[in-house]
Ligand binder design. Structure first.
Ligand code: M6R
Length: 590
């Protein structure tokens, strides 16, 4: 996690970097800092706190100079303190660096360097600044020092470095953490994500693992590990500036929840031939494994039911952080379908890399065009839902489901029917959002003093229970468990007492009668039941109404009011749903 950015050009760097960091805050927001180069020395300001807090305290935007680097942090090594905030400096305060990733051999490097270098932080990152210093002190240029340093680092990194001794340039490098360069009029950028500099340019160059990029005010040059120049034609960023703004909403999360009808329609804009080829390969594969984390894994769990119910194709879902442990069973007859909004999640990348090494074919469902996962996949279906900034995944989930439905329909040769049905569901969701936009906040307010929630559902709806619970946990900090309703009586029922909230996803489908029986079991112990259903039942103490749809589509229509419920539960508790504590949008560490 963490976001890094660098700018070098003909304008004051600090305001540009600050603006860019605002767009990267989704990657981390526990500390922030900037370093600029002016009159051959490094100016630096950094502290713990959000970007706004740090800027208010230190006026980051006033740092002088036309070259600089910036950072927003999500702490991994070292507490959230001013000294652990980035940028980090060498002993002479002439070299400044920012880093996203984890240096796994930092202890070993620190022990080696500490006799000659003065460390001022507890981070893994600081060794990079001192290593660059070591090489620079023996006459290496900044780029040579960064290249030699990179060879010594184990783990993952995207680094940007500036040196007071070479003020006209900036050097960046990457391995297993995202890095993209931007070519603008009057200046150039490097950053974790092109969203940060889209206001200045949409001409981008993806930096690959092992590569190093040298930026001056008017040139961006790429080099491989051995210092050989690489020529790469810039591409055009696929997102527009205004897609990454709140557009009048208080929080990105609300904007993104409301965008879901449109997200479904955009996700349906898939190339028919690609869908047919993917569907055919899925049907032919001896073993199909979905892999993903968090919300994307919930989408995969639903996809598994859809593939089975609609296309009679059995698949398994393996949590990405666990996929490596199944290496013995993954081979060239395995098709791995990786599902990821960011395409940068370290657990996903790691699992997929191992599967690829074993000969597996990799398909991916990804939102971020050009992301690492997309680039290493044999086939990619893009979610097309635009940038998702809120840490809680919402529209990417519905877009992922849409493509999974479409693939299942394509497997039975009914692509057009799939498109038609999903478009109709998207209209129903738009109507239902209006209704629940008014009703769900009232329920969330009535429940705002409750601290333990149990989400239950059966069959295809079971993962919706997990996803609803995940939303409530991550943004409202309320303990919640999602589980198959039938499993409740095998232990968890012991926790249901007078007034315990039970959110039952109980649509009028093949799971209805049995879920209702499980609801009765909780009510008999005093549960307060919030029923999510197209039918109003006497057993429901609160009713969240969803539209009646074909049974396979209930996950799509049920999750949206549960996102709203989590959102309003967070707001009722005075929490910022876009920036939940301890979390970041893109989890680029293992
Ligand atoms: O970018 P990805 O889809 O790979 O991210 C996976 C999870 O980190 C992500 O879904 C996470 O669980 C969300 N914060 C949930 O809202």
């Amino acid at each position: 996690m963490c976001g890094i950015v660098g700018y070098i050009g003909n304008q004051q760097a600090a305001p540009i970097l600050l603006n860019a960091l605002k767009k990267l805050e989704y990657r981390g927001y526990d500390s922030a800092g900037l370093a600029t180069i002016t009159d051959s020395h490094v100016c630096i300001k950094k502290d713990a706190g959000t970007l706004v807090e740090v800027n208010t305290k230190h006026q980051l935007n006033e740092l002088p100079g036309i070259a600089g680097i910036g950072h927003v942090r999500w702490a991994t090594h070292g507490a959230v303190t001013a000294s652990n905030a980035h940028p980090h400096l060498d002993c002479n305060q002439e070299i400044a660096i920012v880093h996203n990733g984890i240096i796994e051999n930092h202890q070993e490097l620190r022990s080696r360097l500490s006799a000659r270098h003065r460390f001022t932080s507890d981070t893994d990152t600081e060794v990079i600044a001192h290593l660059i210093e070591e090489y620079a002190s023996t006459g290496s240029s900044l780029e040579e020092a960064v290249r030699l340093t990179s060879r010594e680092l184990k783990g993952s990194y995207a680094i940007a470095a500036v040196s007071a001794k070479e003020p006209g340039k900036m050097v960046a490098a990457r391995k297993d953490s995202p890095l993209v360069a931007g070519i603008a009029n009057g200046g150039n950028f490097v950053a974790s994500d092109c969203l940060s500099f889209l206001e200045q340019t949409d001409r981008i160059i993806y930096v690959e693992d092992g590569e190093c990029v040298i930026l001056t005010g008017d040139k961006v040059s790429l080099f491989d590990n051995d210092g050989h120049e690489i020529k790469r034609t810039p591409s055009k960023a696929s997102w527009k500036v205004d897609e990454a703004t709140k557009q009048g909403y208080d929080f990105f999360m609300m904007k993104e929840i409301l965008e879901q009808p449109q997200a479904i329609r955009h996700a349906l804009m898939q190339d028919r031939t690609l869908m047919m080829e993917m569907a055919l390969e899925i049907l032919r594969a001896r073993q199909v494994l979905f892999t993903a984390c968090g919300t994307s894994r919930h989408a995969a769990l639903i996809g598994r039911y859809v593939f089975s119910r609609l296309s009679s194709k059995f698949c398994d879902v393996v949590m990405a952080s666990e996929l490596g442990y199944f290496s013995d069973s993954v081979d060239k007859n395995t098709l791995v379908i990786a599902v990821s909004q960011s395409g940068e999640t370290a657990d996903v990348m790691n699992g997929v890399k191992k599967a690829k090494e074993n000969g597996a074919t990799i398909f991916s469902l990804v939102n971020v065009v050009g992301s690492s996962l997309a680039r290493m996949s044999d086939r990619v279906a893009y979610l097309n839902c635009g940038p998702e900034i809120g840490v809680a995944a919402t529209k990417s989930f519905t877009a992922q489901l849409t493509i999974l439905y479409l693939l299942a329909y394509t497997m039975i040769n009914r692509f057009d029917q799939g498109v038609g049905q999903l478009n109709a569901v998207s209209d129903l969701i738009a109507d239902n959002l209006q209704h629940n936009g008014l009703e769900v906040p009232k329920i969330a307010n009535r429940m705002s003093r409750k601290n333990d929630f149990y989400y239950i559902a059966r069959g295809i709806n079971f993962a919706t229970a997990g996803e609803g619970a995940l939303k409530l946990k991550e943004i409202a900090y309320v303990h919640a468990e999602g589980m198959p309703a039938g499993e409740l009586k095998h232990g968890t029922l012991a926790l249901i007492t007078e007034g315990t909230p039970v959110v039952a996803i109980c649509p009028g489908d093949y799971t209805f009668d049995e879920t209702l029986s499980n609801i009765a079991e909780t009510k008999a112990r005093g549960a307060r039941v919030i029923g999510v259903s197209d039918r109003q039942e006497p057993a429901f103490d609160e009713w969240i109404e969803i539209p009646e749809v074909d049974e396979i589509f209930y996950p799509l229509v049920s999750i949206i009011p549960l996102q709203l419920f989590a959102y309003h539960s967070a707001v009722a508790r005075n929490l910022d749903p876009d920036k939940p504590r301890n979390l970041a949008k893109s989890v680029t560490v293992k």
